[in-house]
Write a protein that binds this ligand. Structure first.
Ligand code: PA5
Length: 459
């Protein structure tokens, strides 16, 4: 996608509410407006629960310029010294970077990357196969790694870091590996920071006041994004413009606040699941990022909209059936990308074997758009309200804008729902069980170990 001149562009996300008619009225919006305005005020004034984690709110403008220059310099060094760049992290420590790279560069980035390194993500599962495959990919190639972990002790990335650090030390020696390991972690706390300082790795900071899922516009996301050759200045500018526009409390013209309002109105009316839909496969990881943002922020205290996602038209041939006729507890938010640089027309077939010559010469973009319009009417008629978020393109600027739009809407929406949108206490439950099962030497786990052993022996 072209990046030229995009830092000059104006705010460009539009919320089309046509397909919410009959489900959400202006009267409903009017009724919820005081709650939304109060929630926005709570976010902006930092007076709500979780207010220690509001650094993302002003981050697009309020960041350490010196560190940002180091991020760019490190990205350049990585681009010049490796064929394969491995980003090790899980959850908020990798989803942002991956979503941005695929959003802007496409999901075939590793094949079409030009002279940039291949970029892989590891430490976000515990699959021996995925590690073995990546080790095979690294054979005969120059490798750099970026381990991203705020705590430094999350099992999945910590295990992957052991493995790939070992690979680098074997390949380049301890000294050589030092030049190829980049660490993004807490400013001063934690074992990873200690270990990095001891070994002389270059480190970047996961800010104290920004949780993982809100961290893509910090070094967590910006280093890998810059390695992919994406214009991070444009991305920050998009977010900074969004910050000014959506921070203004006029719900009549503020699509971010209206999105937060409408999803809460629908939820209160029994629509407990939101499906983010896009008609572009390169949006798949963006949907994953969005799911983490909303799932971790809102799903607690036995409340919350369940965030799901689909890529159409492929999923119209699978989940489409459920959406059309299944349980009516759904609503959709559709991302409509207005412009694509790629123009491909349907070829004519003199024999018209498939009977599709009425499409000859038509652009795929136009057909894709017709699929979207057709689906909007079909799902709406089937009892599924749809919001449509129109975005101009898949540029870095638009990515920054969209990220800020969803982050702010999430904070506002979470407070309107009555939860703390900035913590994730539920994530700990599986970790405790897993550590107990794996025999972590920790006296506080002894009781749990015994209980689990008993439960597992039951038929
Ligand atoms: O959003 C979050 O806070 C989580 O998804 C974390 O990013 C994830 O658990 C990884 O944690 P850490 O960066 O401490 O390894």
């Amino acid at each position: 996608m072209p990046e030229t001149g995009e830092t000059e562009r104006k705010m460009s996300i539009k919320l089309n509410e046509k397909f919410t008619k009959g489900f959400v009225s202006e009267c409903d919006i009017k009724a919820i407006t005081p709650e939304i305005e109060k929630a926005l005020e709570t976010v902006k004034s930092g007076t709500g629960e979780g207010s220690d984690f509001l650094g993302w709110l002003t981050r697009p403008e309020d960041y350490d310029r010196e560190e940002y220059a180091r991020v760019k310099a490190a990205a350049e060094k990585i681009r010049n010294t490796c064929d394969v760049f491995i980003v090790i992290g899980i959850g908020g420590s990798y989803l942002g970077a991956r979503s941005a790279i695929e959003f802007v560069k496409g999901n075939k980035y590793n094949t079409l990357r030009g002279d940039a390194p291949e970029i892989y993500f590891s430490g976000n599962d515990i699959s021996a196969t995925s590690v073995a495959e990546l080790l095979e990919i690294c054979e005969g190639k120059d490798v750099c790694i970026n381990v991203v972990s705020k705590s430094g002790t999350t099992t999945e990335p910590a295990v992957a870091f052991r493995i790939f650090r070992g690979l680098l030390e074997k390949k380049y020696g301890v000294e050589g590996a030092r030049e190829r390991i980049f660490v993004t972690t807490d400013k001063c706390r934690g074992k990873l920071k200690e270990f990095s300082d001891k070994n002389g790795y270059e480190t970047f900071v996961v800010p104290d006041d920004i949780g993982g899922r809100y961290s893509v516009l910090t070094p967590v996301g910006l280093l890998p994004i810059a390695v992919a050759g994406i214009d991070t200045d444009a991305m920050l500018k998009g977010a900074a413009d969004a910050m000014k526009t959506y921070g203004a409390a006029d719900i009549a013209s503020n699509s971010c606040l209206r999105y937060a309002a409408i999803r809460n109105i629908l939820y209160r009316g029994g629509k407990t699941m939101e499906i983010l839909a896009a008609y572009e496969p390169s949006m798949q990881m963006f949907c994953e990022w969005w799911k983490q943002l909303y799932g971790e922020s809102e799903g607690k205290d036995t409340k919350g909209i369940f965030p799901a996602s689909v890529i159409f038209s492929t999923d119209l041939h699978s989940l489409g059936q459920y959406i059309q006729q299944g349980l009516r507890n759904l609503f959709e938010t559709v991302i409509d990308i207005k412009n694509s640089n790629d123009k491909i027309a349907v070829p004519d077939d003199p024999e018209n074997v498939d009977g599709l010559n009425f499409l000859s010469g038509k652009e795929l973009n136009e057909i894709n758009h017709s699929a979207m319009t057709a689906t909007l009417y079909a799902h709406f008629d089937g009892g599924v309200p749809n919001m449509v978020l129109e975005i101009p393109d898949r540029s870095a600027y638009t990515y920054g804008e969209l990220v800020y739009f969803f982050e702010l809407a999430c904070g506002v929406s979470g407070y309107t729902l009555g939860v703390n949108p900035f913590n994730q206490p539920g994530v700990e439950a599986y970790k405790k069980n897993m550590f107990a099962l794996l025999g972590k030497p920790d006296p506080s786990l002894d009781e749990l170990k015994a209980k689990l052993a008993e439960r597992m022996s039951e038929k």
